[in-house]
Design a protein around this ligand. Structure first.
Ligand code: PFF
Length: 448
């Protein structure tokens, strides 16, 4: 049966951008940038996204388009053509990574569900300019076993329902109209934040590079965040690549997706960091930074509760388009590998990651497992750290070596056929064979 294809290049770019733009930009980017001292981190993140991110996105698409399958199929096919079966580990690794990402992504997705409900008036007033109150509210919510678990399960169920019901198309169409609205809303919030007294300190913290702040940990964080925010290293882009037409230009399309994802991250930083300083919050607040800061900005706007409602609703939609893309990789794998039905695959997966995900919910301070740590991190931080800073970079290291040394003729044919520029091809080969592996290894070692 012919594999279905995206209707247009535009549709494909939007779908890939829908996966990329999500909580990574609005939730993760601002707090990771802030804990790494701002400034120079932003520029390192941008540099990594435009080099490593670009080459890897084109590579993942090219492999998917060549094999007409997801990550596991790509390596099975390579094995049939004489490659070592050991390469298949990369494919299985992406499935494990997706599973662990879902386990904590749905926790943060649950926060957006809860904050959306709070913005509707549930659980008392949300808007206040008082930093202490907002922080205490957030801590009380994530530390409350019942509410944090319920919101996690709600987000997980929404994700599964979309994947099982085959309504991903509807969500994509919805997000096509809603994402520009989120962009506009962010612009308004940025202007409000920047005009608060004291916001300039935050702006300088965010934009002024201070080279003395560069550390190994910062480099690993920047690389992990870049892969995470571009949905790389999880087989998603490989799967998406299997649906692109042979004429679609891979380099140009990936520049578009990277531009959209990186711009959203940049704007999210501009939206969150100036108010953090204006209100005297701590930039090292951690994963709750966006949730703690934005209600204070809404409190300084006329009709602030309407802004809060719109913001958390749009964030929820952006989060769902991303979580759906992650669950889809696991579900397609189970369907292809074991011949299970779509709903059996999806519900069994969700049952499994509810166990790991509820562990992440309850491991927050105040939760039933609160205080329990593994390698010095609670489960939530452990999943986040292990995926972004270990599994994804290692997976991409192996993928670069595979693409540069084993599957290069395939990549060359794929990229050559649609993009055909010999200089580009040569640069890409050097990148995959030498630059990326060396870069990833150096960054990972420097982080130890
Ligand atoms: N890129 C998404 C975000 O930044 O929210 C998250 C994500 C989606 C990560 C898909 C990984 C992934 F495979």
């Amino acid at each position: 049966m012919a594999r279905s294809q995206w209707g247009s290049r535009f549709g494909f770019i939007l779908a890939a951008a829908g996966s990329a733009v999500g909580l990574g930009a609005v939730w993760k980017f601002p707090y990771v940038t802030a804990t790494n001292g701002g400034g120079v981190f932003l520029f390192i993140y941008l540099a990594i996204s435009l080099t490593l991110g670009l080459v890897l996105m084109v590579t993942e698409w090219a492999l998917g388009r060549a094999a007409q399958s997801g990550p596991v199929g790509v390596f099975k096919r390579a094995t049939k053509n004489g490659a070592s079966p050991a390469w298949a580990l990369i494919g299985y690794g992406t499935i494990l990574t997706c599973f662990l990402i879902l386990s904590f992504y749905c926790v943060v997705g649950g926060w957006t569900v809860a904050y959306f409900l709070k913005s509707l008036g549930a659980g008392g007033p949300l808007l206040t300019p008082d930093a202490e109150v907002l922080k205490a509210q957030f801590d009380a919510f994530v530390g409350n076993p019942l509410w944090s678990s319920l919101s996690f399960v709600t987000f997980a169920a929404l994700t599964t329902w979309i994947v099982v019901g085959g309504v991903s198309k509807g969500i994509e169409t919805l997000s096509k109209y809603l994402m520009p609205v989120l962009f506009l809303l962010m612009l308004v919030l940025i202007v409000r934040g920047l005009t608060l007294p004291g916001a300039t300190d935050g702006l300088l913290y965010y934009l002024r590079p201070d080279l003395s702040k560069i550390t190994g940990k910062m480099l690993v964080d920047a690389m992990g965040l870049s892969l995470f925010s571009l949905s790389l290293g999880m087989g998603i882009m490989v799967t998406y690549g299997s649906y692109i037409t042979s004429e679609t230009k891979l380099v140009r399309s990936s520049l578009w997706v990277i531009f959209l994802a990186v711009t959203t991250c940049f704007l999210a930083g501009l939206m969150v960091l100036p108010p953090v300083f204006a209100f005297g919050f701590s930039p090292t607040t951690g994963p709750g930074l966006t949730m703690v800061t934005m209600p204070a900005v809404f409190a300084h706007l006329p009709a602030g509760s309407m802004f809060a409602m719109a913001f958390f609703f749009l964030l929820l939609v952006a989060a769902l388009t991303s979580s759906v893309s992650i669950l889809e990789v696991i579900v397609s794998f189970l369907i292809d590998e074991f011949g299970w039905s779509r709903s059996k695959s999806a519900w069994l997966t969700v049952a499994a990651f509810c166990v790991t995900g509820l562990g992440a919910c309850l491991s927050q301070d105040g939760g039933w497992l609160g205080g329990a740590t593994v390698f010095g991190k609670n489960l939530f931080n452990l999943y986040d750290y292990t995926t972004s800073n270990l599994l994804m970079p290692l997976g991409e290291l192996a993928l670069a070596i595979f693409a540069g040394w084993v599957a290069w003729p395939l990549i060359e044919t794929q990229v050559g056929a649609s993009d055909s520029r010999s200089v580009l091809m040569r640069a890409m080969r050097v990148f995959l064979r030498f630059v990326l592996p060396v870069l990833i290894v150096i960054v990972m070692i420097s982080g130890l």
